[in-house]
Design a protein around this ligand. Structure first.
Ligand SMILES: [Zn+2]
Length: 316
């Protein structure tokens, strides 16, 4: 559906997939079991699809297949489930990959180091290949928001994709911590991808007593005690917590099925509220529409900088 003549600034370039198959191995955060993950090329307009190789089931990364947002984001097709998809989703969207098969041989994406950096490394190792079709987006045309108590997730029209997150936990290290970024592959890799997930020691002990977070360790999460962190290496960024919440929000918004052109403002949001925003957007045709770069225009822009920030640099 080529869209030409809009008076908005638009991104015009081609869809991308990974150039070849690339793999890594890690453990599932909750099961503690080893998992092999492979990123594989996918055709234009295929989007992101998770594949349970052990079951032979494909699960498209779509909002209507989300079945759980309590500790991480999980999707399922029938009895086949994949959990903790948000970090690899964030890496694919952040690195401008539109189409990819994410093959796993177990029910969880490997947690790796708790960040998206290992998946960014995989994308870089494979390289990105441009495809013939113009890139498609969900263009936000009017403000849309969801609230729950003092939590907020709001999208507004913008030229590119930006995220502004305010994290505020009852902990001295995460009080009113904000981070803001205009997302493209360079800023994602440099500013966002390396931020690790975090948890509180008391919650870890509770989860492990229930048989969860069995793969969790100081190797794949920042663990907070009452006034400090337990990780001997310290933080990767002073505001690593807020940056990780940005990473999660990017991965959650990727379940729109397409990259978004809009400005996200989030306050104390999490997977559940982020998914509520995704559903609100897609259920309200007055706040968004799907747009696609035409093949000719995408071709013209083939040498344009790759990444969502380029959206702000191209005017029709
Ligand atoms: Zn996370």
């Amino acid at each position: 559906m080529p869209l030409i003549g809009d008076d908005r600034k638009m991104a015009y370039w081609k869809q991308r997939t990974v150039s070849r198959r690339v793999s890594c191995t890690g453990v599932g955060l909750h099961s503690g079991a080893p998992v092999n993950l492979t990123l594989a090329p996918a055709p234009a307009d295929a989007g992101i699809t998770f594949v349970r190789m052990d079951l032979g089931v494909e699960i498209p990364a779509r909002h209507d297949l989300v079945v759980d947002t309590r500790l991480s984001t999980s999707i399922a097709a029938g009895a086949a489930r994949v959990s903790t998809i948000e970090h690899v989703m964030s890496a694919l969207l952040g690195m401008g990959i539109d189409n990819c098969r994410v093959e796993v041989d177990g029910p969880e994406i490997p947690i790796m180091d708790g960040s998206a950096a290992p998946f960014v490394c995989l994308v870089n190792e494979a390289g990105a290949r441009e495809q013939r079709a113009g890139k498609r987006f969900v263009l936000i045309t009017a403000p849309v928001e969801v609230r729950e108590g003092d939590k907020l997730a709001r999208l507004e029209p913008a030229d590119g994709f930006s995220v502004k997150f305010t994290a505020d936990f009852e902990h001295p290290l995460i009080t009113d911590q904000g981070f803001e970024v205009t997302v493209n592959d360079r800023t994602f890799e440099r500013e966002v991808a390396r931020a690790r997930t975090f948890c509180f020691r008391k919650d870890v002990e509770h989860m492990q007593s229930m048989g969860l977070a069995l793969g969790g360790s100081l190797e794949n999460a920042i663990v907070l005690e009452e006034f400090s962190i337990m990780n001997p290496e310290g933080l990767r960024f002073p505001d690593e917590f807020a940056r990780h919440k940005v990473l999660d929000a990017i991965g959650d918004l990727a379940l729109l099925g397409l990259p978004v052109l809009g400005a996200l403002t989030a306050v104390k949001s999490g997977h559940a509220l982020n998914q509520a925003l995704v559903k609100r957007v897609l259920s309200d045709p007055t706040c968004h529409r799907v747009v696609q770069a035409s093949e000719e225009t995408a071709s013209d822009r083939a040498r344009a900088p790759v990444g969502l920030a380029a959206a702000g640099q191209q005017t029709i």
